[in-house]
Structure formats: structure tokens, C-alpha cells
Design a protein around this ligand. Structure first.
Ligand SMILES: NC(=O)c1ccc[n+]([C@@H]2O[C@H](COP(=O)([O-])OP(=O)(O)OC[C@H]3O[C@@H](n4cnc5c(N)ncnc54)[C@H](O)[C@@H]3O)[C@@H](O)[C@H]2O)c1
Length: 308
């Protein structure tokens, strides 16, 4: 697994170890947030006999050597800043397009039986104009470099799949839960409600997102690993219900018992007005649908953040 010390990766590591799998996790402890947070994410996995951590930048590793003997590859490492601009294009290209391309070649060469790449709802650029959910067959119209790089990555995967490489892409919508990246909205809102700095609220708060709990996101990956998906399969992984940012902020205020202080800022051009997920493909092919209710998931995240 790449990106094993990150938000989704560390939860996936714990879940794989829990079910008895052996995990080789690679992470460079990239500076998108602090090393100590990523070390804390792996606190329970690190002493497990079934876990090996390789601290390295994937772009500098011999990938064939790395993947030799692996049954599966889950690729989560990325340049994850969804609001980066033109000046970040080389990083998006290097980490979100070239790296997965090289991983696919290496994994194919090493005979890895199942490859999953983390894509994003950002490939859609936003919800359909009529407000109906985005399906996997919709055109990809990303509005910012992050989404463009994930769309390019999917194209790389599609080309590889045409050559018989067993790769599938999971398009995650907005994932929340314990260990969430500190730059993400719920984490910042919870910080604001528990004595931290005010939440920088970009835009008017009406933006809707298909928030999905990290436990549900991890369940989709586990099931995808156990399912013989056709090469080139792409699946939306989100909640079928979208909620506005302002609703989320109100929920967090209620749970924390403190108003989330808000620092209003201009809307960001990389933020679409809404993301809405059609998850019927994931339901059909994986038997997957989210189980964690938003209120319940946020209560857990607030309690966890308070315990830090
Ligand atoms: N969190 C979300 O809401 C969300 C939504 C859609 C898609 N995704 C995708 O899911 C994946 C995981 O996201 P996350 O939120 O867990 O991010 P994260 O930043 O918490 O985890 C990514 C990890 O990858 C590592 N990494 C980055 N570059 C590396 C490199 N060159 N070599 C080795 N390790 C490297 C980082 O150190 C980090 O620990 C990403 O591909 C992201 O684009 C996330």
C-alpha cells in the first residue's frame, strides 16, 4: 500500500491487519502535514508482525523490486492538495500521473493480481447542472489541476487495463472521520469548535458534498480487493446524500456544544458548487453502500479530536 501513514491509508492498514493480511506500507512522510500526525496514525500498526513500513519516496524506489511477491497493490499516495494552481502542475504530473503509470508497469511486470488506484470526485468538476447524481459514465470535466491529474491518472489506468492490467479506480468523494487530514473541512471545523482558530469558510457555505465516512471508504477498498473486477472498472465511492458545508458546520457546533467560529473568505475557483454521487455501480459490483450516518460519524470524529 502506498500512502500508508496518511488518513485513508492508516485506516486501511489497520483494517487489513485486523483481518489477517500482511501489509507492506510505503510512505515518504510528505510535508503536506506533520510527521508526528502520520506517526500517530500508524501507532497501532507499527508493532504488528504483519506490517512492514518502508519510509521512502516512491519516485525514488525500484518499483519492480518493491512489488515482487505482492498479491495486490492499493495506491493512495498522491499530491492531495485539491486547491493547488498552475504553479503546482509539475507536482501533480509527477506524483498523480507519472508515478501511477510507473507503478502500473511495475505491478504488471511483478504479476500483481489486483491493483486499486485512489481517484476522486474532482474528476467530474462538480455535479450535473440538473442536480442529478454523477455516474461513472459522465464526461470528466475537472475544473482545477488536482482533478485534471486524477482524470489523467484514470486515462493511464484505462490504457493499462486495455493491455490486460488488472486495475480499477475508486473515485472517492469527500472522506471524513478520525485521523482526517488537518487541512480538510471537518477537521478544521472541529478544531474551531474546540478552542482552535476560526474555520476559514470559503464561499457562502451552500456548497454540497457527498461526505463519506473513512470506515465506509475503507470497506469499499477491502471489498474491491476481494472482488474480481473487470480491468478498467471505475466506481464512485460517496454518500448518496449530499449535505451543505453550512449544515456540516452546524452539526459540528451542536455536537461540540460550541459554535464553530467562522472566518469568511471568497469562494475558491477549485471548489465546485456541489458533488453528488450515484453509487449504484458500487452497490451492484461490490455490494457496497455507506453505513455510517453523518451525525454518528461526526460525533466519533469530535470525540476523537477531543482526546488528542
Ligand atoms: N481524503 C479525501 O477526502 C479524498 C477524496 C478523494 C480522493 N482522495 C485520494 O485518496 C488518497 C489518500 O488521501 P488521504 O486523504 O489519505 O491523503 P494523505 O495525505 O493523508 O495520505 C497520502 C499519503 O501519501 C504519502 N505520500 C505522498 N507522496 C508520496 C511519495 N512520493 N512517496 C511515498 N508516499 C507519499 C503522504 O506522506 C501521505 O501520508 C489520495 O490519492 C487522495 O487524492 C482522498
Amino acid at each position: 500500500m502506498t500512502g500508508a501513514a496518511g488518513f485513508i491509508g492508516s485506516h486501511l492498514t489497520d483494517a487489513l491487519l485486523e483481518r489477517g493480511d500482511t501489509v507492506v506500507g510505503v510512505d515518504s512522510f510528505a510535508p503536506n502535514y506533520s510527521r508526528s500526525i502520520k506517526e500517530r496514525n500508524l501507532a497501532s500498526a507499527i508493532d504488528s508482525d504483519g506490517f512492514e513500513l518502508i519510509e521512502a519516496d516512491l519516485t525514488e524506489l525500484d518499483l519492480v523490486d518493491l512489488l515482487e511477491g505482492a498479491d495486490a497493490l492499493v495506491h493512495l499516495a498522491a499530491f492531495t492538495d485539491a486547491r493547488g494552481g498552475e504553479s503546482d502542475l509539475p507536482e501533480y504530473e509527477r506524483l498523480n500521473v507519472d508515478l501511477p503509470r510507473r507503478l502500473l508497469v511495475a505491478a504488471h511486470g511483478a504479476g500483481v493480481g489486483s491493483i486499486l488506484l485512489a481517484s476522486s470526485s474532482a474528476v467530474y468538476g462538480g455535479a450535473r447542472e440538473d442536480g442529478s447524481p454523477s455516474t461513472e459514465l459522465d464526461p470528466l470535466e475537472p475544473i482545477a489541476p488536482y482533478g485534471q491529474s486524477k482524470a489523467e491518472m484514470e486515462q493511464v489506468a484505462d490504457d493499462a487495463a486495455a493491455g490486460g492490467v488488472p486495475v480499477a479506480c475508486l473515485r472517492f468523494f469527500t472522506v471524513y472521520g478520525t485521523r482526517q487530514r488537518p487541512d480538510m473541512l471537518c477537521a478544521r471545523a472541529i478544531e474551531a469548535a474546540t478552542g482552535g482558530p476560526p474555520l476559514p469558510l470559503l464561499g457562502d457555505g451552500t456548497q454540497r458534498r457527498a461526505w463519506v465516512h473513512v470506515g465506509d471508504a475503507v470497506a469499499s477498498i477491502l471489498t474491491a480487493l476481494d472482488t474480481d473486477l473487470a480491468p478498467g472498472t471505475v466506481l464512485n465511492i460517496g454518500s448518496p446524500d449530499s449535505h451543505a458545508v453550512s449544515e456540516l458546520v452546524d452539526l459540528i457546533s451542536g455536537i461540540a456544544g460550541h459554535e464553530v467560529a467562522v472566518d469568511r473568505r471568497d469562494a475558491h475557483p477549485a471548489d465546485p458548487a456541489a458533488t453528488i454521487a450515484d453509487i449504484s455501480q458500487a452497490e451492484e459490483l461490490l455490494g457496497w453502500k455507506p453505513k455510517v450516518d453523518l451525525q454518528e460519524g461526526l460525533e466519533e470524529q469530535v470525540a476523537w479530536a477531543r482526546g488528542l
